[in-house]
Design a protein around this ligand. Structure first.
Ligand code: SF4
Length: 373
């Protein structure tokens, strides 16, 4: 390693820390020759569900050089977004509409990207090399590269885990044509622990380090465009966007300090959102309430779909009037889930009355089928 290389790395590390990144490391671009094989077995298993972009971007995802042939080194950074309380505690309060920790704040892509560009600018000025910046915006295998760069290791829950931030780490990536001194890769430190696998409410881990998205509540509540399959509705509980169970239970979180980064801290209005208030959001108020957060991308219809699952699971009949109002919503996703929610809360006479009323006018076959599920 040259003295010049060490100096540049020290400057980059210091700048990364100043910008709010809690971890920093560098990997050679070819550090993970196992990636094509890893990707192939993941795609062959079909565990990515209907996330077709995984297949479509496969060739470019296989290695950094497949995406950009000039790349020599990969700079990886992580930003700690650890919450100040265990999110598992909020699952028992059925009056809450529980949003995953990462989505309770401004979209991290927006926050991290500017900081990453600043860091990449320093690298380009000091070396004269080319740089490219990625925050989950291109087919980059961020987690294995972060492991190679020494930021942490991919836990049995498949998420990158660090000694300092536990499971709560946003990743940013810089590709550069500069050859930089590499960091020491981090070894896997899960040992015999299986807490994340055991807590999963839908048994979505067919094996350690393997996630079947087709069984994952985060996938159904965030990515899936259709109706929530029947077998996942009860396990969803009051989760209306994402699921943190496997992240939150990890023992390594005890070494994480709650983030002090204001831009990566929860908005209290979202963290404490009540289910009654969420069921009453129309499209405009939904977009205002979740402005600049990942939840906004879900759209109000799918968000209401999820809230109706939570209402059906709440055991609280006070939600019935709000649910009934959604019987006439323009989206069949919402109308269908309103029927399911009513059937969880209403008595037999109420259910029969509503059934007759809605079947008289409902024409969508999937919505009508909800009465016979
Ligand atoms: Fe690894 Fe245990 Fe954390 Fe899962 S809960 S990622 S097995 S240490």
């Amino acid at each position: 390693m040259s003295a010049g290389g060490e100096t540049i790395v020290a400057q980059l590390r210091a700048r990364a820390s100043f910008l709010g990144f809690s971890t920093f490391g560098i990997a050679p671009a070819d550090a993970r020759p196992d990636l094509p094989q890893k990707l192939q077995s993941a795609l062959q298993s079909g565990w990515h569900g209907d996330m077709e972009w995984m297949e479509e971007t496969r060739d470019r995802r296989e290695s950094p050089a497949a995406l950009w042939p000039a790349v020599k080194s990969v700079v990886m950074v992580g930003a700690n977004y650890a919450p100040d309380e265990n999110p598992l505690n909020r699952l028992t309060d059925k009056s809450l509409a529980n949003v995953s920790v990462y989505a309770q704040m401004r979209d991290y892509h927006d926050v991290i990207k500017g900081r990453l560009k600043d860091l990449a600018g320093l690298l380009a000025r000091r070396t004269g090399a080319e740089v490219k910046v990625f925050v989950d915006t291109a087919p980059v295998m961020e987690k294995p590269l972060a492991e190679a760069a020494g930021l942490g290791w991919q836990g049995k829950h498949t998420v990158l885990l660090s000694r300092d931030a536990g499971s709560w780490l946003f990743l940013g990536t810089i590709f550069t044509s500069a050859e930089l001194p590499a960091s020491t890769p981090e070894a896997e430190k899960c040992g015999t622990c299986t807490k994340c696998l055991d807590i999963c409410p839908t048994d979505a881990f067919p094996a350690p380090f393997r996630l079947d998205a087709r069984k994952c509540l985060a996938y159904y509540s965030v990515e899936h465009k259709g109706q929530i399959p029947l077998q996942f509705r009860k396990p969803m509980g009051n989760r209306v966007f994402g699921c943190d169970d496997c992240l939150a239970v990890c023992p390594w979180n005890k070494f994480a300090s709650a983030t002090r980064d204001a831009k990566l801290s929860a908005r209290e209005t979202i963290r404490d959102a009540g289910l009654s208030d969420m069921l009453a959001l129309d499209d405009r108020r939904f977009r205002d309430f979740f402005a600049q957060t990942p939840v906004k991308r879900l759209g109000s219809a799918r968000f209401l779909r999820n809230c109706l699952v939570a209402a059906g699971n709440s055991g609280d009949r006070h939600h019935l009037p709000a649910i009934e109002r959604l019987f006439t919503h323009e989206s069949p996703l919402v109308r269908g889930m309103a029927i399911w929610a009513v059937r969880q809360l209403a008595d037999t006479a109420e259910t029969e009355g509503l059934r007759a009323k809605t079947l008289a006018t409902e024409t969508d076959p999937e919505v009508r089928a909800e009465w016979s599920q």
